[in-house]
Design a protein around this ligand. Structure first.
Ligand code: HEM
Length: 455
């Protein structure tokens, strides 16, 4: 029996989870921290979970002991889905090699530079009412497959639906049941058909695109992620330590879609909802955008410096409507002592990013939407390390730069083109999140009024 940091008894943890309808509410973790301190243990579906609560504990774990906390727990369900391939659900040598390749290749393809930015600008030009998920996915399509899809392409819509279904399943009752009884599918398979089917759709699509690329090899001038990967496979075919193979490639592609679509689109959906409920802030942003770029100038990420209030608001949207239930789980790869607590090797760690977003010690008005949190007294943007929405340390989000560019360019173009209001007769909008691993708003209707200079 290993020793873990203190926390509520096993039964109490289980009761709380059941009380919440098998969907842990982020507030439970904050409440528990008040009683047990910033490092405590709760008993999850099949094993103890050590929670790091508040900025100091999360930073100490993810940044100061970056390597020790760099493992990813691979639970029975995620093992069945991702087979420990790719980036998100791999560990050790495979993870190191695939992650490094992913980062380097995304950078080569123009992450943070011109390439991907042009793609994002192109998508932003086509702002339509069904923008969010489809537009975000199309940026990844262009990067990975080398082409985009029309938003009504059936195959593309199938892919987006599959990603949505995959993400929605995380944290549900049947997900937790699988983690506790991995053999459950032998007895009841129907709850799992949709999610395994969704994983199949994404992986089959990845394999089909890979075959198409093989038929037209890039040779010396790789055009996209798949081209780079195939060249790397060829280069390292005699290296016995190589993990570059078809299965890792398909899983990397799936990872980029699944990790990069719902996160960015949920943030944008919250952004528009908050603009509807805070018309004064929306107006201020529109004025800033108009003064800086007029009504037609192409907006690039570099331009964020000319729009500090807008950039600060995007960060505040991320803080105030933190889309992560807690933070992506990690695993300790060796025994460690942090802030006086001993945590054994192989423990699942949940960095509670939510608690950091609302920590009254860090934010002037934690419960209020307030872009000033990211502005200095002269109205200039201040980047704050306490905003840990992309994780931190060895496993920090691979798409962080890309997501930042997307959020800025999509958001500014949307607000330049439209004013967002509640539809006629609607007085209120539900501002509670849909509980899950990623937490978007509930479906809502908005009224997008074309702004005079754009109509
Ligand atoms: C607003 C948008 C996004 C948010 C909030 C977000 C957040 C995160 C978080 C919290 C993690 C876990 C980090 C950790 O373990 O500490 C992560 C990992 C990851 N993200 Fe993102 N992400 C976003 C967009 C993207 C995009 C656009 C891509 C790809 C193009 C992407 C690809 C990945 C990958 C591959 C990982 C796994 C890294 C690893 O395990 O080594 N993400 N992201």
């Amino acid at each position: 029996w290993k020793k873990y940091p203190p926390g509520p008894p096993m039964l109490l943890s289980a009761v709380k989870i059941v009380q919440c309808g098998f969907r842990i509410h982020p507030d439970i973790l904050v409440e528990t921290a008040k009683q047990y301190g910033s490092i405590f243990t709760i008993w999850g579906a099949s094993q103890p979970l050590v929670i790091l609560s508040g900025f100091e504990a999360v930073k100490e774990g993810l940044i100061k002991h970056s390597e020790i906390f760099s493992g990813r727990p691979v639970t029975p369900f995620y093992k069945a889905i991702a087979k420990e391939k790719g980036i998100v659900f791999s560990n050790g040598h495979t993870w190191k090699q695939q992650r490094k390749f992913g980062l380097v290749t995304l950078r080569k393809l123009g992450l943070g530079k011109k390439g991907v930015e042009n793609q994002i600008q192109e998508e932003a030009q086509q702002l339509v009412e069904t923008f969010a998920r489809a537009k975000v996915s199309n940026v990844i399509c262009a990067l990975v497959f080398g082409h985009r899809y029309s938003v009504d392409d059936e195959e593309f819509l199938k892919l987006i639906k599959a990603i949505e279904n995959g993400v929605k399943f995380g944290g549900t009752f049947f997900h937790l049941l699988y983690e506790v009884i991995p053999g459950i599918m032998k007895y009841i398979s129907w709850p799992y058909k949709t999610v395994f089917g969704a994983a199949d759709v994404v992986l089959s699509h990845a394999r089909k695109e890979t075959e198409n690329h093989r038929k037209q090899p890039a040779q010396h001038d790789p055009r996209d992620f798949i081209d780079y990967y195939l060249l790397q496979m060829e280069k390292s075919k005699n290296d016995p330590t190589s993990t570059y193979d078809d299965e890792n490639l398909a899983q990397c592609i799936s990872d980029l879609f699944v990790a990069g679509t719902d996160t960015t689109s949920a943030t944008l959906q919250w952004g528009l909802l908050l603009m509807m409920t805070h018309p004064d802030i929306q107006e201020k942003i529109q004025k800033e955008i108009e003064d800086a770029f007029g009504s037609s100038q192409l907006i690039s990420y570099q331009d964020r410096k000319k729009a500090p209030y807008t950039f600060a608001t995007i960060h505040e949207i991320q803080r105030f409507k933190c889309i992560l239930l807690a933070g992506n789980p990690r695993e300790t790869v060796q025994d460690v002592n942090i802030l006086g607590s001993f945590i054994p090797k192989g423990t699942t760690i949940v960095p509670d990013v939510h608690s950091v977003c609302y920590d009254p010690k860090l934010w002037e008005t934690p419960q209020k939407f307030n872009p000033n949190h990211f502005l200095d007294k002269d109205g200039q943007f201040v980047d704050r390390e306490e905003l840990l929405l992309f994780g931190a340390g060895a496993r920090v989000c691979v798409g962080k730069e890309m997501a930042k560019i997307e959020l800025f360019i999509f958001f500014t173009n949307l607000l330049r083109a439209f004013t967002f209001k509640l539809p006629e007769g609607v007085k209120e909008v539900n501002t509670e999140p849909v509980l899950g691993l990623t937490m978007p708003p509930h479906h809502y209707k908005l009224c997008a009024i074309a702004r005079p200079s754009n109509s």
